[in-house]
Design a protein around this ligand. Structure first.
Ligand SMILES: Cc1cc2nc3c(=O)[nH]c(=O)nc-3n(C[C@H](O)[C@H](O)[C@H](O)COP(=O)(O)O)c2cc1C
Length: 180
C-alpha cells in the first residue's frame, strides 16, 4: 500500500471484531513503532504493548473516552520520558501516528485515547497514575496515550475536512505577499 493510500484511508475506528491479530501482523506494527523518529534520536518514548484481555479491560477505565479498548485485540500505551528529551510529547505523538498508518496498511483499525492532559494537571496525574499502577510504569515516565487496535467492525461516515483556506497559510499567516 502506498503511504498516501494509508493516509487517505486512516480514520479513528472505535468498534472492533473479536478477531486476534496474527503474529506477523503484530510484528509489522512493532516495526513501524521502532522506526518512528525522535528528536536527537533520543530514547524519549517507549511503548507498553498489552494483549491480555483482563488488562485491556482494566486499562479502558483510564479515562471515560476509551471504552473501545474493551473490544480491541491490542493496546499500545505510549510512555514518554521528559528527563531524556524536551521533545518527549512530540516524539510520543509522532510514534503513535506512525503506528496508526501501519495499522491501516495491515487492514486494522485504531483508536486514540488521550491520557496526558496538558491543561489539567490533577486530571492528568489521576489518569496517568491509574495506568502506571496497572502496568508498573515508573513515576518519572509520562503516560501520553493509549491506542486500541483491532479488525474494524465499522466503517465511519466520510470525513468532513476543514476548508483548505482555514488549514493552509502561504508565505505568511495572513497571506500578505510582502517580500522577505
Ligand atoms: C491527540 C488526540 C487525542 C484524542 N483523544 C481521543 C480520546 O481520548 N478518545 C477517543 O475516542 N478518540 C480520541 N481521539 C480521536 C479523534 O477524536 C479523531 O481522530 C478525530 O475525531 C478525527 O477523526 P479521524 O481520526 O477519523 O480522522 C484523539 C485524537 C488525537 C489526535
Amino acid at each position: 500500500m502506498k503511504v498516501i493510500e494509508a493516509i487517505e484511508r486512516r480514520r479513528e475506528i472505535t468498534r472492533f471484531r473479536p478477531k486476534p491479530i496474527p503474529e506477523e501482523t503484530f510484528q509489522a506494527l512493532l516495526h513501524a513503532l521502532h522506526l518512528a523518529p525522535a528528536g536527537n534520536n533520543a530514547l524519549s518514548r517507549e511503548s507498553v504493548v498489552v494483549r491480555e484481555r483482563g488488562r485491556l479491560d482494566a486499562l479502558a477505565n483510564t479515562t471515560p473516552y476509551m471504552a473501545w479498548l474493551r473490544e480491541a485485540a491490542l493496546g499500545v500505551v505510549i510512555v514518554a520520558n521528559p528527563t531524556v528529551s524536551k521533545y518527549w510529547l512530540q516524539d510520543a505523538t509522532l510514534a503513535g501516528g506512525f503506528l496508526w498508518l501501519a495499522a491501516v496498511e495491515q487492514g486494522l483499525g485504531m483508536a486514540w485515547g488521550a491520557v496526558y492532559h496538558s491543561e489539567d494537571v490533577a486530571e492528568s496525574e489521576r489518569r496517568e497514575n491509574y495506568a502506571r499502577g496497572l502496568l508498573a510504569i515508573p513515576a518519572i515516565k509520562r503516560v501520553v496515550a493509549i491506542l486500541g487496535i483491532g479488525y474494524p467492525a465499522i466503517e465511519p461516515m466520510p470525513k468532513k475536512l476543514h476548508p483548505k483556506n482555514a488549514v493552509f497559510h502561504f508565505e505568511t499567516y495572513d497571506g500578505a505577499s510582502k517580500q522577505a
